[in-house]
Design a protein around this ligand. Structure first.
Ligand code: CDP
Length: 217
């Protein structure tokens, strides 16, 4: 088992930018678990399958090949050989990803794949349940938060249509692996911090915990 740094938090809290930069600084693999849930959602919506039609979503999972890999220190996922990346922030995906992610079978499939990454790599993984469910034993857990206003402004600046309040509601109230602050997570309120500031705080904390980092970090 390699070193796992878990970064969880609500929508648009800045965790993707933080996790990507942190991974680059440490020389670790960056894994965006949200992209995996988005890939399944894109598959369903592009086939005209409603997120509420659980039977048909499960049928799709049965007949689809999801292949995870890595390119340039980042995780990748192919859906029947197709890279879904250009579609992952489309409005239809944003609107349906929380409902798809609440389906236990979807989570089971993806969590299994997420855990496999740690068999071969030291990694930074971001998501909603990474510290609480996917890697509960890692001592390196962070929860990156920001005020709803700041998060809405960050998403709008990206030019994306995304009802983040709605997603947060579904993500925190679902029965399977809801978004929670893991008991032993270090919480960072990032409303008034830069990406560098958050990454600096995480690195400081990792050093305090005795994690050996590569020279110069
Ligand atoms: O970038 P943003 O934080 O808005 O979203 P994301 O990390 O790409 O995640 C998209 C959606 O996937 C979330 O709203 C959750 O519904 C779901 N998700 C999840 O359930 N568990 C994870 N570990 C990661 C994402």
């Amino acid at each position: 088992m390699h070193t796992v740094i878990a970064i969880d938090g609500p929508a648009a809290s800045g965790k993707s930018s933080v996790a990507r930069l942190l991974a680059r600084k440490l020389g670790f693999l960056y894994v965006n678990s949200g992209a995996m849930y988005r890939a399944v959602t894109w598959l369903a919506t592009s086939r005209g399958i409603a997120a509420t039609d659980i039977g048909r979503v499960l049928g799709l999972l049965d007949v689809t090949r999801f292949e995870c890999g890595t390119v340039a220190n980042q995780s990748t996922i192919l859906v029947d050989g197709v890279d879904p990346d250009p579609h992952l922030t489309e409005p239809a995906v944003n609107a349906n990803v929380s409902a798809i992610s609440a389906i236990p079978e979807v989570r089971r499939l993806l969590v299994e794949k997420q855990r496999l990454f740690a068999e071969a790599h030291d990694l930074v993984m971001e998501g909603r349940d990474i510290g609480s469910v996917v890697f509960p034993d890692t001592p390196y857990k962070f929860y990156v938060d920001a005020s709803p206003e700041v998060r809405a402004a960050r998403r709008a600046k990206q030019g994306l249509t995304d009802a983040i309040g709605e997603r947060d509601k579904v993500d925190t109230t679902r029965r399977t692996s809801p978004l929670v602050i893991a008991e032993d997570a270090h919480v960072i309120e990032s409303s008034h911090l830069t990406i560098d500031g958050v990454v600096g705080e995480i690195i400081g904390r990792l050093k305090l915990k005795g994690l050996a980092l590569r020279e110069g970090v």
